[in-house]
Design a protein around this ligand. Structure first.
Ligand code: 13P
Length: 249
């Protein structure tokens, strides 16, 4: 049985006070909201605050990105062992905003993935196609190629210890989520593709991300290959995020 994982990616939103308020509401609210694993990804500078606020609750904390190198002269980067040092458990790698707005290549994503695992962090490895690629019928080719680059760098066993998030670029922040059937079709493809690399794909958790809201979360989570969600905007609203969590059992 794969345990559901609901992750909130806060992106570059918030302040110390809004984040304290959000965490206070979440810590209180998760007590009676099922048994899914819960993870939040604050902007890096707030990670220590959030770790402190989450102490003693079932909310885990991770990072939105992670350095591709161990320590050294890499201005602006945060190393995986620094994140682990503060108690982070996960790091997002390859989010489409990193790929498209900051020019991150598949090779860099693969290096970040490997660095995260070297220091005990679980990578949440994001893949997904643009609208043009979907319309051209290239979804599986694009997603497959994104998986292949990382598989070639880290190997099947490492892949198996990660979480994969399918986030179609056209669904992120647009209010136009993939339908549960569309998401399921790509998740089934991802699981089969991971298996061709020799990864124990039936054990891996695959998350869907892109305009997830509470009103459709139940249908998404009912799909056989969808094991949770990577939630952006809706994770900044405590009640909405708690209602998504409640549907993930
Ligand atoms: P939205 O839920 O705001 O569409 O963002 C999804 C996302 O990018 C999560 O990583």
């Amino acid at each position: 049985m794969r345990r559901p994982l609901v992750t909130g990616n806060w992106k570059m939103h918030g302040s110390r006070s809004t984040i304290r308020a959000l965490m206070t509401a979440l810590c209180h609210g998760v007590k009676d909201r099922g048994a899914a694993d819960i993870l939040v990804l604050p902007p890096a500078i707030y990670i220590p605050d959030v770790i402190r606020l989450a102490d003693g609750t079932r909310i885990a904390v991770g990072a939105q990105n992670v350095g591709d190198q161990d320590q050294g002269a890499y201005t602006g980067e945060i190393a995986a062992d620094m994140l682990a040092d503060f108690g982070c458990s996960h790091a997002l790698v390859g989010h489409s905003e990193r790929r498209l707005l900051y020019g991150e290549t598949d090779a860099l994503v693969a290096a970040r993935f490997a660095a995260a695992q070297r220091h005990g962090l679980t990578p949440i490895f994001c893949v997904g196609e643009t609208l043009e690629q979907r319309d051209a019928g290239e979804t599986e080719a694009v997603v497959g190629a994104q998986l292949d680059v990382v598989a070639a760098k880290v190997g099947a066993l490492a892949l198996e210890r990660a979480v994969v998030a399918y986030e179609p670029v056209w669904a992120i922040g647009t209010g136009r989520a993939a339908s549960p059937e569309q998401a399921q079709a790509v998740h089934a493809f991802i699981r089969a593709h991971l298996a061709t690399h020799g990864a124990g794909a039936t054990r891996m958790r695959l998350l869907y991300g892109g305009s997830v809201k509470a009103d459709m979360a139940g249908e998404l989570f009912a799909m056989p290959d969808i094991d949770g969600a990577l939630v952006g905007g809706a994770s900044l609203k405590a009640n909405e995020f708690l209602n998504i969590i409640a549907r993930a059992d």
